[in-house]
Design a protein. Structure first.
Length: 275
């Protein structure tokens, strides 16, 4: 009985220790230096809706509601117009994917770019729109790619509904990089992460949105493995989080092995004592 007690006691100690380590490593407050703060990032809201009563100003200075935007599937990009790093890369990646797609802008889907910086102006939105319309090889449908600005209340309501967390820094914002795909009813159906996008993935996301079917965001795994570095304005491999996860998996396997071995030992001894 003494051997059995010691083995189980060690297993319980190991299990408790690994639970503590798991909480420390996987908690958003821990990670590699330069990781995304807790309030930034993507909290996927697949199947939920963007409020239809939000009010914004388009690049022409006209007021528009979110309901007015939901006439067909929407490819939504959340940026700020003074960004010089991730945001331009995202919009460039979007234009490249649009040129390679067979779907037609304005017929099969609409494009909406919204600044989450409440100080951005319609004039700055128009300047940004002109710059990226020039990058398109296809003739752009300028009436269906909206570049919006808004006040704090409406921006916060939309970003919270979309699960998009950002934080103002002294020289800009810390924020994730993602396209959010919406159905014609404003339902969130897909997140596409990064700054470059495969035309096939984007077209499939639009097709799913047209049917209102939420799709699994495979890129979420990449965001788990990579953290945003606000100083370098880029995504870096989060080696602590990944190695921590691998360590935990091996630890769980080791605990299972000890448990199975202990049971097998007790069964064999019971059979031996019963003879």
């Amino acid at each position: 009985m003494k051997y059995e007690y010691n083995v189980e006691h060690v297993m319980n100690k190991l299990y408790a220790s690994f639970i503590i380590i798991a909480i420390m490593l996987l908690h958003p407050a821990y990670g590699a230096q330069g990781a995304v703060p807790m309030e930034t990032g993507i909290d996927e809201k697949l199947g939920q809706y963007i409020p239809p009563d939000l009010t914004f100003i388009d690049e022409k200075g006209s007021e528009i509601t979110s309901k007015d935007l939901f006439t067909r599937p929407v490819i939504l990009s959340l940026i700020y117009y003074n960004c010089r790093h991730i945001c331009p890369e995202l919009l460039t990646g979007l234009t490249e994917a649009l040129d390679a797609m067979d779907l037609e802008e304005g017929k099969d889907f609409s494009l909406v770019t919204l600044s989450f910086d409440e100080t951005d102006t319609p004039a700055l939105a128009m300047k940004t729109k002109v710059n990226y319309a020039r990058l398109l090889k296809k003739e752009p449908r300028t009436d269906t790619w909206k570049f919006l600005t808004g006040d704090t209340e409406n921006i916060v309501r939309l970003t919270r509904a979309a699960g998009f967390g950002f934080k103002r820094e002294k020289d800009g914002f810390t924020h994730p990089s993602s396209l959010i795909i919406l159905s014609p009813e404003g339902k969130i159906t897909r997140y596409l992460y990064g700054t470059t996008f495969l035309p096939r993935d984007l077209a499939m996301a639009v097709y799913e949105a047209s049917e209102g079917r939420p799709g699994k965001s495979v890129g979420k795994l990449l965001l788990y493995c990579f953290s945003y570095d606000p100083e370098g304005r880029t995504y870096v491999f989060n080696i602590l989080k990944v190695t921590g996860t691998v360590t935990i998996l091996f630890a769980i396997m080791f605990i299972v092995y000890l448990n199975v071995s202990n049971r097998a030992f007790r069964n064999k001894r019971s059979e031996r004592d019963g003879r």
